[in-house]
Design a protein around this ligand. Sequence first.
Ligand code: PNS
Length: 161
Amino acid sequence: MSLAVYPGSFDPITNGHIDIVERSLKVFDRIIIAIALNQAKAGLFSLEERTELIRDVFAGNPRVEVESFDGLLVNYLQRRNANAVVRGLRAVSDFEYEFQMANMNRKLLPTAETFFLMTGADYFYVSSRLVKEVASLGGCVAGLVPETVRRRLLEKVGGGK
Ligand code: PNS
C-alpha cells in the first residue's frame, strides 16, 4: 500500500486542495492530510474547525485520513512510516518556497521524497489567503471552496455571498 502525506495549513481547505488530493489518489493508495499545528495557531479557523471541514469533504472515503501534527514534518513522516510528501504547485511564484522546503526536508530526511502535482487549471489562482480576503470583503467564493466551507466562512467574516 503506497502512502503519501499532504501537509499544509488548510485555513480553510479550498477546491484547489481537494483537486490535489484527488490527483494524488490516482498515484497513491492512501493520503494523509496533515494539518500543521504551528500554522494553525494564528489562523482564522481553529485546528478543530479545519479538521472537521476536511473530514466532512472526504467523509466516506477510506483512502483519505485527516490528522494534525506538531513540530517538524520529517518527524511526523517517520512516525507515520511515510516517505512521500505531496504538494500542489500553482504558478511559478509557488516554486521558490516549495523548492526551499523540499530541499530542507530532503536534507533532514533523505529517505523521503516530495512529489509536486500541478493544480487543475480552474484553481491556479485559488489560495486560502485570497479566499478569506474575498469573503471578508463581500465577494463571492462559490465554486472555490466546498459549500460547507463557504457557509462557515460567511459566519466568521460576515457579509459576502
Ligand atoms: O499550506 P502551507 O502553509 O503552505 O504549508 C506549509 C507547511 C505546513 C507544509 C510547512 O510549513 C511545514 O511543513 N511545517 C511543519 C514544520 C516544518 O517541518 N518546518 C520545516 C519545513 S522545511
